[in-house]
Write a protein that binds this ligand. Structure first.
Ligand code: ADQ
Length: 486
């Protein structure tokens, strides 16, 4: 079996379950192939030379972890600048927040070149390389320039916007051309895949070869939608473990006389937090039976605090929560409990299970794993209701949630009220269908489907395309997919 080489901005020790997410998802494969995981060490070197950084190699069981330090200048250009000041906002449709003119691109290119130079000597001839996310789009092109001929796949964890939005990036042609250095490019949703297909044909003159294969720049790239899932069994086990149970009992007791609503995310402008607080306020105004009863726990963990757009959001959110509590709160009832902290992964499932309604209402999101974790943590006999933004990638799969438009504050308030009043039998039926979906397309399915497609045998991916119930409002997506596979 070929060795798997994973490359991502941050590297985690796959032996530590606390790492969660990608680390858990890839641990099995990395362990079974004696894999290599490569990325940034998390250290910045003040006064370090741009384009240079020390390589650290350590062993974590059968997995080799290789990480590179970055100079403070490179970190500023590559990470804060181009990745999070240009690509993150544009890919989340926020052209108003992008900072195009700061010359960050040089840092981004330099770090991708540095990573290629450090990774190349560590590669073996039959390695399969899987590169993750927007920080590393040009990495395959840099590796190819150094003579790398191994199979390379890329997975974009965030959305890909439509052609004209991508075209707002001054370097969009270079960036999208870089994707043709991969053998396989994976997206979270069919909508993202459609945007890719339209962009490459309209802007790069690519020829559609059918089967989601596109030819341009003398290379053929294959594209696909591989919606990421969670490890449902691991999450269910966490729910029943001691920390999860303790959390559940405590919260259930404390809110026994209240209707508990929950929001959990990184504090990020893509997550639609101010709109959600406004919708909750509207709910209290419009449906006064919720006064002294409905309580929203909003957990927003600190994220990218060294960027202005994030500190502005923090202030806006604090003031919004303060005004709802000031206007509606009573001595014995605080409508919003806002917590600007991380919750330990072991305790999160207990919190999900105690909530009657989860509000997962991003303005735009690649997938959104909180939605799937909430479903996995519920008691099937008395499940909570998921209110989900139609603009989260997860909405393509989770059609049995209550889907909302997060920009429509009034509409959201109505849907939250519907969720709070949903009868038990409807909650059970919806939950059953949602659980079936996240169980079938879990994180192991995702990893297998992507790696099989990269190896050229994608039975699993075809299975997903047959099974996923596509949103009825996107008939054009289906048409394109069908014409490509015919
Ligand atoms: P994120 O934007 O980070 O990820 P998301 O998928 O919602 O978003 O969450 C990732 C993980 O962080 C989840 O496991 C969640 O439990 C955890 N988490 C979030 N807030 C937390 C908090 N306050 N305390 C504790 N844990 C918290 C990006 C994309 C997503 C995509 C993922 C995976 O933006 O769209 O789903 O990658 O591909």
């Amino acid at each position: 079996m070929s060795r798997l080489v994973v490359v991502s901005n941050r590297v985690a020790d796959p032996r530590k379950t606390a790492a969660g997410g990608l680390a858990v998802a890839l641990a099995d494969t990395l362990n079974s192939t004696g894999g290599l995981w490569f990325g940034w060490s998390g250290h910045t070197v003040e006064g370090g030379l741009p384009g240079e950084g020390e390589l650290h190699v350590q062993q974590a069981g059968d997995v080799t972890l290789a990480t590179v330090d970055l100079s403070a200048e490179d970190h500023a250009g590559y990470y804060l600048g181009y990745s999070n000041g240009v690509l993150w906002p544009v890919f989340h449709y926020r052209l108003d927040l992008a900072r195009f003119d700061a010359g960050y691109i040089t840092g981004y290119q330099r770090v991708n070149r540095l990573f290629a130079q450090k990774l190349m000597p560590l590669l073996k001839p039959d390695d399969v390389i899987w590169i993750h996310d927007y920080h590393l789009i040009p990495l395959a092109a840099e590796l190819r320039a150094l003579g790398c001929t191994q199979r390379i796949g890329f997975f974009l964890h965030i959305p890909l916007p439509p052609q004209l939005v991508i075209a707002a990036i001054p370097q969009h042609e270079w960036l999208m051309r870089a994707l043709f250095a991969y053998d396989l490019v994976g997206f979270q949703s069919e909508a993202d895949l459609l945007h890719f297909s339209r962009y490459v044909q309209a802007e790069a003159g690519a020829v559609d070869l059918g089967g989601n294969r596109f030819r341009a720049f003398n290379r053929t790239v294959r594209a696909g939608a591989f919606p990421i899932g969670i490890d449902v069994d691991e999450f269910a086990a966490l729910t029943h473990a001691r920390d999860g149970q303790d959390m559940f009992t405590r919260i259930k007791e404390e809110y026994s006389r209240r209707k508990l609503l929950l929001g959990v995310e990184r504090l990020d402008y893509s997550k639609g937090l101010p709109q959600r607080i406004r919708a909750f306020k509207r709910l209290l105004q419009k449906y006064p039976e919720n006064l002294k009863s409905a309580t929203l726990i909003q957990i927003a963990s600190p994220s990218r605090e060294d960027m202005d757009t994030y500190t502005d959001l923090l202030e806006e959110l604090e003031s919004l929560c303060g005004s709802v509590n000031g206007d509606f709160g009573e001595l014995d009832w605080m409508p919003v409990r806002y917590i600007h902290r991380n919750v330990a992964r072991k305790r999160l499932p207990g919190l999900y299970r105690a909530a009657r309604v989860a509000l997962v209402t991003p303005l735009r999101d690649g997938m959104n794993l909180v939605a799937k974790e909430f479903i996995a943590a519920q008691d099937p006999a008395d499940p909570g209701v998921l209110v989900l933004s139609r603009f989260a990638g997860a909405a393509e799969q989770l059609q049995d949630a209550l889907l909302v438009n997060p920009y429509d504050i009034d509409g959201m308030a109505d849907t939250i009220q519907q969720a709070l009043q949903m009868p038990l039998d409807e909650r059970q039926v919806r939950h059953q269908k949602l659980l079936r979906n996240i169980r079938r397309f879990d994180v192991h399915w995702w990893r297998r489907a992507f790696l099989d497609a990269l190896a050229g045998t994608d039975a699993d991916a075809a299975d997903h395309r047959r099974q996923t119930s596509m949103p009825k409002r996107q008939p054009d997506t289906l048409a394109v997919r069908e014409s490509q596979s015919s």
